[in-house]
Design a binder for this molecule. Structure first.
Ligand SMILES: [Zn+2]
Length: 270
């Protein structure tokens, strides 16, 4: 079976799911740009409040996305997302933070973890990598935002380690899903990024391809390697393999669309 499958909900919203997560009954989804009420260049299912789009449209889109995934919009928790590696443990007292007002999202945070049932965690993306994590044994879930800065700072691995430190998660029990993002086919980076990889990743040469005086970076592999390093099992990692820049009719791509575009959301709920 494909690691990632697109579905159309009754409300005309398209979103992707990972069957490995669905089998365990973990409510989750990666939105697309299909369905929704935003106008160009945010058409149509933009979930980002900080993009210049009409806030009321974004809120409607978020409600539609939550409805199709089957989670409670009122409880949704979001983060400011600053391309850092700070991870926050979220409890019921944070329910609804940033749901409809960006300034109320959790500040300076790029990773969220909770063990609260029914508390949806949501982060936003346009080319960066959504990483969803579920520990079905200890009943803990997490999500992280891994663009090149977060990925080279190993935020996905740190999210697993945060789950371990706070809730006793064994990384070998975790299921991890690596969602759609800009792929190695399209993601040109400069020397600075390669230098970062050389310091933190012994197998850095597997992560990049040299092209003239630039490099092409494989963010999926950067995430996969660091997850294996902390003890996540190879068989438990699902990689969507979908490039956002190659598929702008389905997903938003910051790089491909020159920065004026919407955001997809990745959501996970115990
Ligand atoms: Zn591509």
């Amino acid at each position: 079976m494909d690691p990632f499958v697109l579905r159309r909900g009754n409300n005309n919203i398209w979103h992707g799911i990972f069957p490995a997560f669905a089998r365990l009954g973990i409510k989750h989804g990666i939105s697309t740009r299909l369905g929704g009420v935003s106008k160009p260049p945010f058409a149509a299912l933009n979930l980002g409040l900080h993009t210049g789009d009409e806030a009321a449209d974004v809120v409607t889109n978020r409600q539609l996305f939550c409805e199709t995934v089957g989670v409670d919009y009122e409880q949704v928790v979001t983060a400011e997302q600053v391309h850092g590696d700070q991870i926050r443990i979220v409890g019921m007292s944070e329910a609804g933070r940033g749901r409809s007002i960006y300034e109320e999202s959790l500040p300076g945070t790029d990773g969220l973890v909770t063990n609260c049932k029914g508390l949806p965690l949501m982060l936003l993306f346009a080319d960066c990598v959504p990483v969803l994590i579920a520990d079905p044994v200890r009943s803990v879930v997490g999500v992280s935002h891994a663009g090149w800065k977060g990925a080279t700072a190993k935020i996905a691995a740190k999210t697993v380690l945060t789950m371990q430190g706070h809730f006793g998660t064994n990384p070998a029990d975790c299921l991890v899903a690596v969602g759609p993002s800009i792929g190695r086919c399209c993601y040109e980076v400069d020397e600075l990024v390669v230098n970062k990889l050389q310091t933190g990743f012994p197998q850095w040469q597997q992560l990049v391809t040299e092209r003239s005086d630039k490099w092409l970076l494989d963010l999926w592999e950067v995430n996969r390697q660091q997850l294996l390093e902390v003890g996540v099992r190879q068989d438990n990692i699902s990689i969507s393999g979908v490039c956002t820049a190659c598929n702008t009719e389905v997903f938003f791509s910051y790089r491909q669309e020159g920065g004026q575009t919407g955001r997809i959301g990745a959501i996970i709920t115990l």
